[in-house]
Design a protein around this ligand. Structure first.
Ligand code: ASP
Length: 458
């Protein structure tokens, strides 16, 4: 690859180089024209004659030039390439740019989000957004590196699948081959990761996309989000918590050296204490709010079930695959469901829930009982979860896991006001995708093929 990054020019003084990038700003002093050439790595000052004045802002340029040291008094200490400039010997405008519909300098918080998402490819030229994208990548890379060093294997699981209950509404996809039948997009890879434990994988992870059709909320991206999803066999709750801690401390220290951890190991608070002391199961345990302070804490001993008033039934607080605490099984037998605590743990950062997990049920009889408590009928259990109950009959290792909401984690670390600031192409909270304007209508022939008729709303 011949393309140089402008950030690498500092040690090329005296050399002739070829550069490519965008014209960020043009200062026309008649006989001398300055252009700031921007590429992904940064900006460098170009100096040329009056012919450079035909360049306008955001044009894409090819430049052949000579790297020169700037005289002492003309150096710009604010940018990494401030000690040099490039004398233009030859240049070509590869693509002209119209005036941009949104400004890309500055942090962009004041621009309407609708415009920023419609022109997301321009919004991402903004320094802050570019930085967020790169930090996202770096953090994920460190997470992968850590899990790899601990013997984890990344496994991809299907996107076109069957409903897995995580407490939200499913997105469904119609089947063309079997008209009238539907796939569900996964709310999480929960059942697959448990099946991978039956398969003997022992240590699984996946940077997984999860889909949940939840009602719009200002602080969420609608529809999909990214999890760091983990499952392990032959482990205790403590093993999983300490692995998660070690992973976070390792990855965050390397990517964000300026951050401070309030306490390591992370404090453990019971659900009861959290509710009594903080009035929330997502306690913010900071005394002072310093932007570089990360206050992680675990919340444990959640009630296993919550009563759904409107539906007149019990629901699993986490999800139905979560094991009750061994010492509380007696309450389960007595039907005192409100007393049963779950072998579950949530991880909270500065008052945001950023991960949750549990030790799983591996006894098919107990699993069937939990579904029954939640109000599933026997034949439904067989239809919806028969595959898991059957798998557990062929030698299932004790196992448990955790999943991190990666977008939320990054948002909190970066002190961004919304998860959408750390996602390249998020949907609006109202559910419209960035740039592409979905959902949209499809051709009548596509509906025909699927055997679907759309009912007009009156
Ligand atoms: N699947 C769970 C979730 O998405 C996490 C877990 O229990 O591992 O919340």
């Amino acid at each position: 690859m011949k393309k140089l990054f402008v950030a690498d020019l500092v040690d090329k003084v005296g050399e002739e180089v070829e550069l490519y990038g965008w014209a960020q700003s043009i200062r026309d002093h008649k006989k001398v024209v300055f252009v700031d050439l921007r590429d992904r790595s940064g900006v460098v000052q170009l100096v040329g004659d009056e012919s450079l004045a035909q360049v306008s802002s955001e044009d894409v340029l090819y430049v052949k030039g000579k790297v020169k040291e700037r005289p002492e008094h003309l150096r710009n200490p604010k940018i990494p390439t401030g000690s040099i400039e490039v004398e233009v010997l030859e240049f070509k405008i590869l693509s002209k740019a119209k005036a941009l519909p949104i400004p890309i300098e500055g942090d962009g918080y004041k621009i309407s989000e609708e415009a920023r998402l419609k022109y997301r490819y321009l919004d991402l030229r903004r320094e802050r957004m570019k930085r967020n994208l790169i930090l996202r990548y770096k953090l994920l890379r460190k997470v992968r590196e850590f899990l790899d060093s601990k013997g984890f294997v990344e496994v991809e699981t299907p996107i076109l699948t069957k409903s897995t209950p995580e407490g939200a509404r499913d997105f469904i996809v119609p089947s063309r081959l079997q008209k009238g039948k539907f796939y569900a997009l996964p709310q999480s890879p929960q059942q697959y990761k448990q099946l991978l434990m039956v398969a003997g994988v022992e240590r699984y992870f996946q940077i997984a996309r999860c889909f949940r059709d939840e009602d719009p909320r200002a602080d969420r991206a609608y529809g999909e989000f990214t999890q760091i999803d983990i499952e392990m066999s032959f482990v205790s709750q403590e093993d999983i918590r300490s692995l998660a801690e070690e992973m976070l401390v390792f990855a965050i220290k390397q990517v964000f050296p300026e951050k401070r951890f309030l306490k390591v190991p992370f404090p453990i608070i019971t659900y009861k204490e959290a509710m009594e002391k903080y009035g929330s199961d997502r306690p913010d345990i900071r005394k002072e709010k310093d932007p570089d302070l990360l206050a992680f804490c675990w919340v444990v001993d959640f009630p296993a079930f919550e009563w759904k008033e409107g539906e007149n039934r019990w629901d699993a607080t986490h999800h139905p695959f979560t094991s009750p605490k061994k010492e509380d099984l007696k309450y389960l037998e007595k039907g005192e469901y409100e007393k049963v605590r779950a072998d579950q743990y949530d991880l909270v950062l500065n008052g945001f829930e950023i991960a949750g997990g549990s030790i799983r049920i591996t006894d098919p009889k107990l699993q069937a009982k939990i579904f029954e408590i939640m109000g599933h009928k026997k034949e439904d259990i067989e239809k919806k979860f028969g595959h898991l109950l059957e798998a557990f009959k062929y030698g299932v290792p004790p196992h448990g896991g955790i999943a991190f909401g990666f977008d939320r984690l990054l948002q909190v670390i970066l002190n961004e006001p919304s998860v959408r600031e750390v996602i390249a192409f998020p949907a609006t909270s109202g559910g419209r995708t960035a740039v592409m304007d979905a959902p949209s209508e499809v051709e009548p022939s596509q509906l025909e093929e699927l055997g679907i008729r759309v009912v007009e709303e009156k």
